[in-house]
Ligand binder design. Structure first.
Ligand SMILES: Nc1ncnc2c1ncn2[C@@H]1O[C@H](COP(=O)(O)OP(=O)(O)OP(=O)(O)O)[C@@H](O)[C@H]1O
Length: 306
């Protein structure tokens, strides 16, 4: 994305966005509802035209890709299926128009875990089944780049686990570039390696997950923070009082809860609360999603973002 912008009338949905997505990695494209994620993905796919700037895949605009289906696959909204057609037929029609054999369709249905359901009409599919069918459609041409818009929507916990593993597999073992959008940090936190955060159509932060998380810290609450703090320092841990966390709170600069608990026990200091503190990324995301300025921007027509 280079200086990418999109205006709808007077409303700016995407505002001078510049970032790259690395191959062989899963990148989370995060932002509150209405931040402009889907609009950006639609521009990448040539579905809408940028007002300014460009969105390129492997250095080319979608329209200039010689074989788009083998370059990029996308699952944008799991709604575009003809309700009267079976999932399998849907994929077969798509495959036929691109010279892809039926055997690939069955292979993919197996891979996304809906081989039986695919013989039923798509109109009766659950959201989760539609997500899986959409993913199969995106993978038909075995593309190098995958764009997935909120793929966990409608999946049950087991489905979400499966989707996470699958995305990691596609990137790590097959070297694919996976860009996955979400408005929930927790949903992608365990899956993605790189993060791009947008709000109000603008880039807020980008980096690796580790960079954005910052240093881990633990909150320990006790009756005598002075004594516990001393014991923790003796054990080589960096520690400070944390009045912002309430009475008796210490912030310990480690991610190791057990180490803090062990020191407290050895020092005979009772611990009343022990938990990881929010990382920089979690705090930033919470700020973005909770601030009215970033959430549910109303368009000039008064329509609220979904
Ligand atoms: N065709 C359109 N005409 C007018 N406004 C639009 C159009 N498409 C999107 N918008 C507006 O642009 C903003 C960004 O929408 P977009 O769907 O890209 O956000 P998003 O980050 O994908 O959010 P969500 O997680 O809710 O899908 C929203 O306020 C939306 O209402």
């Amino acid at each position: 994305m280079r200086g990418l912008s999109k205006r709808f009338g007077t409303f700016t949905a995407v505002d001078d966005l510049t970032f790259e997505v690395a191959p062989g990695r899963v990148t989370g494209f995060l932002g509150p509802n209405g931040a402009g994620k889907t609009t950006t993905l639609r521009m990448l796919l040539g579905l809408i035209t940028p007002t300014a700037g460009e969105a390129l895949i492997g250095g080319r605009r979608y329209a200039d890709l010689p074989r788009p289906m083998t370059t990029v696959g996308a699952a944008l909204e799991a709604t575009g299926f003809h309700p009267g057609r079976t999932g399998r037929n849907h994929l077969r029609v798509l495959a036929a128009t691109h010279g892809i054999p039926d055997s690939r369709v069955d292979e993919l249905l197996e891979l996304v875990g809906i081989p039986a359901a695919a013989r039923k009409k798509a109109g009766g599919y659950s959201m989760g089944m539609r997500q899986r069918l959409g993913l199969a459609a995106a993978l038909l041409g075995d593309p190098d780049v995958l764009l997935l818009d909120e793929p966990a929507n409608g999946l049950d916990p087991e489905g979400i686990r499966w989707m996470r593993g699958f995305m990691r597999h596609l990137a790590a073992e097959q070297g694919k570039t996976v860009l996955v959008s979400s408005h929930l940090l927790g949903e992608v936190e365990q899956t993605v390696e790189d993060v791009v955060i947008i709000a109000n159509g603008r880039l807020v932060r980008r980096g690796t997950m580790d960079e954005l998380h910052g240093e881990p810290a633990v909150l320990a609450r006790t009756a005598d923070p002075g004594a516990l703090g001393h014991a923790l320092e003796q054990a080589g841990l960096q520690v400070e009082l944390a009045p912002d966390q309430g009475e008796g709170a210490l912030r310990v600069h480690t991610g190791d809860l057990a180490a803090v608990g062990d020191v407290a026990l050895a020092a005979g200091q009772p611990v009343h609360e022990l938990r990881p503190l929010r990382t920089d990324l979690e705090r930033l995301f919470l700020e973005l999603t909770e601030s009215p300025e970033h959430r549910n921007r109303n368009r000039s027509t008064g329509t609220e973002a979904a």
